[in-house]
Ligand binder design. Structure first.
Ligand SMILES: *Cc1c(COP(=O)(O)O)cnc(C)c1O
Length: 409
């Protein structure tokens, strides 16, 4: 008799995006003429940079000639791209990361999920609340959640992250083995200060806890008081794995390329008390289960670091950041309390008193035909908040704010 992985039965259905899609579809059906503006999407909309397209075309042509054709590449990624990562993402920050500490992949989402194979199912996990759902669901699948009771999993440690603590969670009040931090944050759009991140690294070191640091939105940072890489913090090489992606940095959400840094100093314990380095384990895992990112895509990613590629991708980021400013300032002007949107493409706003996340979502949809994302969908502490994104067009962003300004709360 074949048995299933019972952990999957613990997964909570993702009501969030399915519910949003259903509500929008129903509204559209009953209001066929409504001009709906979508500010709920977590996906980029600007096209790939010309330099990236050019590099891709060139790589496609190489694949069509016997002399330059490529078959299987290195599982960890081509050296040209790993070297570009080291030279452009780390060296300018004064960080020494070796090329064999960088693993190219098809996405930070897959890496965040896959990395758990290196850890015992008995490890205790801490996540912020609200949270990017992948950290949670992948651990549920891995058998680390326990049962869902009320509105939380019994074995997961939730770290409330809200206006009361200035979006800087307290340390866990019990033993945790792995903690996930996303900075700049999805969904709140906020960042943790350099000082606080140093405290986190020290805490992880003192408690022998591994820090999973997701900096998918690094390219949006303009504040001085946060880090572009966790390895800017002294001691982080001993505790942190860093996930980076070309998805939001360079519009690669549909092109697929990311990387994960696993420093050689990072060790965890074996059952008999030995220290085991994670870098060779991750290398083994990738070599066994992954055959690398396509050559064409890695050449495209390399072009992000070229002079033209860099300038062009920065233009797209600036475009989104200007949208974020328009949303932030527009909402502030009508008396709403907003967070984020400075170092991230997300604006996290407090819904008017007396309303829930979903109440305000409904109001925006029905009264001004704007699609948003209710904060409650990202965790219990997201209740009372709503996420808007800056990934829309300039025109729609401006129109959306003009519409919201007509509302009376
Ligand atoms: C978009 C996003 C990523 C990127 O995932 P990819 O699989 O590389 O596209 C990673 N983390 C967070 C929090 C994100 O929002």
């Amino acid at each position: 008799m074949t048995l299933i992985n019972e952990n999957y039965a613990n997964l909570q259905s993702s009501y969030l995006f399915a519910n949003i899609a259903r509500k929008v579809a129903e509204f559209q059906k009953s209001h066929p003429d409504a001009d709906i503006i979508r500010l709920g999407i977590g996906d980029v909309t600007r096209p790939l940079a010309p330099a990236v397209i050019e590099a891709m075309h060139k790589a496609v042509d190489e694949m069509g000639h016997e002399e330059t054709f490529r078959g299987y590449g290195p599982e960890q990624g081509y050296e040209f791209l790993r070297q570009a990562v080291v030279d452009h993402d780390y060296k300018p920050l004064g960080i020494n990361i070796d090329i064999d500490e960088v693993f190219i992949s098809d996405g930070a989402k897959s890496d965040v999920g896959n990395i758990q194979e290196l850890f015992s199912a008995d490890n205790i996990i801490a996540i912020t609340d609200p949270v990017y759902p992948v950290y949670l669901d992948s651990n549920v699948m891995g058998g680390r959640s326990g049962k869902f009771k009320g509105d939380r999993f019994e074995n997961i440690v939730y770290l409330p992250t809200n206006a009361e603590n200035n979006f800087s969670p307290e340390f866990p009040d019990r033993r945790v083995d792995i903690v996930y931090l996303c900075c700049p944050n999805n969904p709140t759009g906020t960042v943790l200060s350099r000082k606080r991140l140093k405290e986190w690294v020290d805490w992880c070191k003192a408690n022998e806890t591994v820090l999973m640091f997701d900096s998918a939105y690094e390219a949006f940072i303009s504040s001085e008081d946060t880090v572009h890489s966790i390895y800017e913090i002294e001691g982080a090489r001993e505790v942190a794995i860093e996930f980076r992606s070309f998805s939001k940095t360079a519009g690669f959400t549909g092109t697929r390329c990311a990387y994960t840094a696993v420093p050689k100093e990072l060790t965890v314990n074996t059952a008999d008390g030995q220290k085991q380095a994670l870098n060779p384990m991750w290398n083994r895992r990738q070599c066994t289960k992954f055959n690398g990112v396509p050559y064409i895509i890695q050449r495209a990613a390399e072009a992000v670091y070229s002079e033209d590629g860099h300038r062009q991708t920065r233009e797209a980021i600036a475009y989104y950041k200007e949208n974020a400013r328009i949303i932030r300032e527009g909402l502030t002007a009508i008396g709403l309390t907003v967070f984020g949107g400075v170092d991230a493409p997300y604006i996290w706003l407090k819904v008017p008193a007396g309303m829930t996340s979903w109440d305000f979502f409904d109001l925006l949809l029905e009264k001004v035909n704007i699609v948003s994302t209710p904060g409650a969908g990202f965790g219990p502490c997201g209740e009372g908040y709503l996420r808007l994104t800056s990934f829309g067009s300039r025109e729609n962003t401006l129109r959306a704010i003009e519409r919201i300004k007509t509302l009376k709360f």
